[in-house]
Design a protein around this ligand. Structure first.
Ligand SMILES: [Zn+2]
Length: 142
């Protein structure tokens, strides 16, 4: 049995669900048998555990497959490299910058990345500004 943390893309509800295997999860998802308990949406996805949450030594679960974790970490660092080369870092001004790009259509801008709270992202989405959340590893933790 595998326990996955699932998230509903429509209402942001997070819940745990048990599956016989990862294949079972894919099968149920394909058949549209996975839905949100709250709003019945089928846009239910597995959440990727953010590495910074499990990176601190005190919180490392002994059951974590470190080999797998390091592989995932490598992939994330690859994404980060790509993002750093192609996007502009705006730090905590993310929400502000995202709005200014969205509303000022003449302004040509590179894609941006930065930090934003879940609430900010929800507000942006309500304004029709779509963002992508990716797990991020702090370099100084390496
Ligand atoms: Zn939902």
């Amino acid at each position: 049995m595998i326990k996955y943390k699932l998230i509903c893309k429509d209402c942001d509800l997070k819940f745990d669900s048990w599956f016989a295997s990862s294949i079972e999860y894919e099968r149920l998802k394909k058949k549209k048998l996975l839905n949100c308990h709250k709003c019945n949406s089928f846009k239910v996805e597995k959440t990727i555990m953010a590495p910074q949450l499990i990176n601190s030594k005190s919180k490392i679960d002994k059951n974590i497959d470190l080999k797998k974790f390091n592989k995932v970490k490598k992939t994330i660092i690859g994404y980060q490299k790509f993002i750093k080369e192609n996007f502009k870092y705006v730090g905590d001004n993310f929400t502000y910058e995202a709005r200014s790009i969205h509303y000022d259509r003449k302004k040509k801008s590179k894609g941006i990345y930065g930090r934003a709270s879940k609430r900010d992202l929800k507000e942006l989405r309500e304004e029709g500004i779509y963002t992508q959340v990716i797990p991020w590893i702090d370099e100084n933790e390496n």
